[in-house]
Design a protein around this ligand. Sequence first.
Ligand SMILES: [Fe+2]
Length: 242
Amino acid sequence: MPNATPDGVPREGLTIHTLPLGPWDNFIYLLADEATKTCAVVDPAWHAPSILQEAQRLDLKITHILCTHSHFDHVNRVEKLVEALDIPVHMLRPEIEFSGYRCENLVPSSPGDTLRVGKHVDVTMMHTPGHTPGSCSYRLRDAIVTGDTLFVDGCGRCDFVGGDPEQMHQTLQTLLDKLPGDTVMYPGHDYGPTASAPLAQQRSTNPYLQHKTVADFVAHRMQGKTPNTGLSRPPDWVPEDS
Ligand SMILES: [Fe+2]
């Protein structure tokens, strides 16, 4: 039953390795083609040596960097990895235009673009705006990596600059409508009772997926929040990259 396999167990040649890292409970993912021992890294942040060592431990060669969005807690080690590996960095064009994000080897991508990792793993870029205008979720066979769009029993904030709770509501509806319920969701932060969860389970337990109207969702998501809030400053946690 490949759909229910826990982290680290091959699903028809694809393995999703999860690396918890940093002071804000980020998840960094290695999306691996087991046959060729190659992988894409999603949202490399906080400590490049930990990411490189994890790939080495798993005997994986990193061939792509995939960014779900431009917030610094998801991209702050992209440049270190590009320096070390000289590989392409994918981010959706609307996110690049919104944020002004730049780095070496940046590939502006379009919604629906599919890239191949190794020989067997296809990753499709889904535009999932709401947390930021160009947020991307990465769709694989029976899994989706959602960044700060959807968490286990939560969803991304919409009060930061570029956030839009009405767009977020539409995005979440689209994810539920278009993807099979047994699709396993891998979020950008470890905020829930489990690291990942099937969408069908989220449909029943995630409080942000229970609202009948857009207005109810917006009121819940923006409760106590001020639109156009700046991102928090990074804490002093960050260790040296040596
Ligand atoms: Fe974010």
